[in-house]
Design a protein around this ligand. Structure first.
Ligand SMILES: [Zn+2]
Length: 448
């Protein structure tokens, strides 16, 4: 049992953008290059040893071989921190472990470690870094200026390690820290609106239902505009000759836009997740993993799916910060097909075939409601019953057919009172539909 005033040790990451000078850029590039080189070397070495002996060299063996490599053919590895190579081998070892665990069914399936390519997730890990107010001191590189100060980010904690990454020609450092934080007590929902059901839609828009009203959250319009721009850059890139300087420039332009889009998406998700976790003691969300899959072919999926997964990830830790409870409803719960008014299972709307069907037309009671709003209501209710008792919320009777909490709650509120709102939404949904499809297609062209 947690008590007030208790403190706990947590791990957290702080990300800073670096502002390296010319010489430092070269050193940083060498650092991530060394990490990639050692990783690939270790992988090749492991494969070779496996083919010869049927066994993969152990981490310790690879590490001592690395020392020989540095003394022999690769003296340039001495120009970067010794931790970089060692850590690359640790990462490789972990990748192998994950792969074998997945094979044995002891963990999630994971692919065989792959060779890293230059320019794809360039990164390296270092230790013994020092964070000043305006600079980060990196081993073998020296003090690198930060684009934001330590104070501006509210940095706090003991640094465990630092991961340096390059993205779209920008340099970032992610500091893993350990810090103390007061234990936050779980907040108890007092009003109906303290519990919300969240249905995440295709465009990463969400419908949030709080027992009385529903609201739709649209992703930033800027995202769509950028997607059109991205298509243009893709076409430009396709016209450039391989290996040419112009191609490299076009590639960078595209990478910059990708970066911008991901920032906007992150920003959007952070706003949503913070708002929910701060203001709502109970947030009910659907386990979207499977629902997101196959929704549409191509890469659209990985993009929007990443959004879902990311929102859930953020909600999980933010709810923990603010003492809210995140309820994840089982993925087999038919949130879309169930009529939120009478509880009839309307089989007609099914996953993806029914995706263009924006509303639920209940066969039994004749309720017409926006499909996502209906799902949000169902999720909220289901989450409530899952929580019932645990938080002292009056348990909802079994079988939703007899009772509609939405009607119960606000006296005088009835399904008909809900209807106009949903019809309005339905109209908006219809208006957006054409646009929706277009944006889906654009999404489909964003590489994972
Ligand atoms: Zn119904």
């Amino acid at each position: 049992m947690r008590s007030i005033g208790e403190r706990q040790l947590i791990q957290q990451a702080f990300r800073f953008e670096l502002d390296p000078n010319r010489a430092q850029r070269v050193l940083l590039a060498k650092s991530v290059g060394a990490s990639r080189y050692v990783y690939n070397w270790g992988l090749a070495e492991s494969q070779r040893a496996y083919e010869a002996t049927g066994k993969r060299p152990r981490l310790g063996e690879l590490k001592s071989q690395l020392v020989q490599l540095k003394k022999g053919e690769c003296p340039w590895l001495y120009e970067v921190s010794a931790h970089i190579g060692q850590q690359a081998l640790v990462d490789l070892d972990r990748a192998f472990e994950r792969f074998f665990k997945g094979l044995k069914g002891e963990g999630p399936k994971s692919g065989f470690p792959r060779f890293k390519r230059k320019g794809e997730r360039d990164s390296c890990r270092v230790y013994e870094v020092e964070l000043g107010e305006r600079h980060l001191r990196l081993p073998m590189v020296g003090p690198v200026r930060l684009k934001e100060t330590r104070g501006e980010r509210g940095f706090d904690g003991r640094i465990l390690s630092a991961t340096i990454t390059r993205r779209a020609d920008r340099w970032f450092v992610s500091l893993a820290v350990e810090r103390e934080r007061p234990v936050v007590l779980a907040r108890v929902p007092r009003r109906e609106s303290d519990v919300v059901g969240v249905d995440l839609g295709l465009k990463a828009a969400a419908v949030i239902h709080d027992g009385e009203t529903s609201r739709t959250v649209e992703p930033a319009q800027a995202l769509r505009r950028n997607l059109a721009k991205l298509r243009r850059l893709d076409r430009q890139l396709a016209r450039k000759q391989r290996g040419s300087r112009n191609r490299a420039k076009a590639k960078l332009r595209r990478a910059c836009l990708h970066y911008k889009i991901s920032c906007q998406r992150q920003d959007f998700l952070h706003h949503r997740s913070s708002e929910l976790a701060r203001t709502k003691p109970v947030v009910v969300l659907e386990d979207l993993h499977v629902k997101g899959m196959g929704r549409n072919r191509g890469l659209a999926l990985s993009v929007s799916d990443a959004g879902f997964g990311e929102l859930r990830r953020q909600l999980a830790y933010k709810c923990d910060w603010y003492g809210s409870t995140l309820v994840v409803v089982d993925r087999f719960f038919p949130s879309t097909q169930l009529c939120s008014s009478c509880g009839t299972l309307n089989e007609r709307i099914k996953g993806f075939e029914g995706l263009n069907e924006r509303r639920l037309d209940c066969n039994a009671c004749g309720l017409v409601i926006d499909r996502d709003e209906n799902a949000a209501i169902n999720l909220r209710r289901h989450g409530l019953s899952q929580l019932a008792g645990e938080l002292g919320i009056v348990p909802l009777p079994e079988g939703l057919r007899e009772v509609t909490p939405d009607r119960e709650v606000g006296a005088g509120r009835s399904a008909t009172a809900v209807k106009p709102a949903s019809m309005k939404q339905e109209a908006t949904a219809r208006r957006n539909r054409g646009e929706t499809r277009r944006s889906t297609r654009q999404l489909a062209e964003v590489p994972a």
